[in-house]
Every structure is written in structure tokens, then in C-alpha cells.
Write a protein that binds this ligand. Sequence first.
Ligand code: ADP
Ligand code: MN
Length: 211
Amino acid sequence: MARSSSGRKKPNVLVTGTPGTGKTTTSSFLAEATQLRHVNVGDLVRDKNLHDGWDEQFACHVINEDLDPLIQIDGVSSDLGLHHLVSLISGIIMGALQKHVCDELEDMMEEGGNIVDYHGCDFFPERWFDHVVVLQTENSVLYDRLSKRGYTGAKLTNNIECEIFQVLLEEAKDSYPEDIVVALRSDTIDDINGNVATLTDWVRNWCPKPE
Ligand code: ADP
Ligand code: MN
């Protein structure tokens, strides 16, 4: 099967990373500089009620904020049988939600010119993106940002561990061709400015692929 990245007149960029690494800040500055469209997938899910009709208890955990639905849902019960059942159900819900969200974005992505801001990336079809940016933040800096955001307990430590183990970078490398994935440091405002400048150059130099 041919990779149908052809046809887009403008590139699609994915900005991913652990919550708090600066995806939304970076994406909104980049959108301003390039006139590409900033698509905040978390907001889209909330605004369009894409999780409507699903059991809030599961769906919210799965789609929003938290990176590991199984660890979250694990808190429901220590009973192994129930744990497996809940894992199975959350897997099914995740699959259905994923399809729903991707269907919603498909036309826009095909058209091109999008900066997609989301804390996951194996979620989206490979053919959608020309560039995948993984933002990374030093652990203690990230800890302070997430605490300020009101994260505590397991939610805080899960996200810090996610950053320590470079979960999003691994996920990006597993999901997209290695030559389109870049990791960028996002510890300071200077980092943001530098990253936005680098990415703006990248967007301006991008050429549509021949059909
Ligand atoms: P994300 O969308 O990845 O969760 P945000 O862009 O919402 O992260 O940033 C979370 C908080 O951290 C915001 O208050 C933002 O101003 C701050 N922040 C993010 N990146 C940086 C950075 N590189 N330097 C300083 N502050 C940052
Ligand atoms: Mn965000």
C-alpha cells in the first residue's frame, strides 16, 4: 500500500509529550507563527462530547489526562478477576473512542495544515503526520509544573514516571518512521522560543510530496 501522505498542500505536525511538558503552549505559539491550525485533541474530546454515551467513570479516565488507564482503574478493586474484566472493558472502550476521535479528525488531517496537540500518539494513523515532536522536561521541573496544576498522588507519580521512562518518545518511535520523530527539550521559556523558531523553519521549508 502506498503511503498517502501525498495530496496535502500543508504539513501536519504532531506535538506530543507527557502532560505538563508544554504541548499546548508550544502548539499555540507555533500556530500563531505559521498560521497552521492548532488542534487540541483533549479539548476537542471534551467540547464535542466524543465520550458521550459511554460510562463516564471509565471513559473519562481512559481519554483524559491520565496516561495509564489500567493503573487508574486498578484502584477500583484488587480482585484479580474484576481487574481483568475492567481491563478488557477499558480496552474495548479505548478502541471505540479512538476510532470516534480519528473519524472526527480525518477530513481536516487529509486537508493538512494542522498542529495536533495530544499526550499520546499510537492513537493516530501513521499517514497523518509529516513531523512528530516529542517534548521532554527535566523531572523536578515537571514535578513542580504538575503540582501547580493540582496533580497529587498516583496521578502525579504516574506522569513523572512516564517522563522518566521516556514513554512518549518510545511510543512515537514505535508508531512513526524514525526520521520524522524529534525530541525537543522544554524546560525553560528560552527552550519554547527556540523550539517554536526551529519548528517554524521546518514548516516553512516543507514541500508537498509528489503525487
Ligand atoms: P501540556 O499541554 O503539555 O500539558 P502546557 O503547555 O499546558 O503543557 O504547560 C503547562 C504549564 O507549564 C503552563 O503553565 C506553562 O506555562 C508551563 N510551561 C510549559 N512549558 C514550559 C517551558 N518550556 N518553560 C516554562 N514553562 C513552561
Ligand atoms: Mn495541553
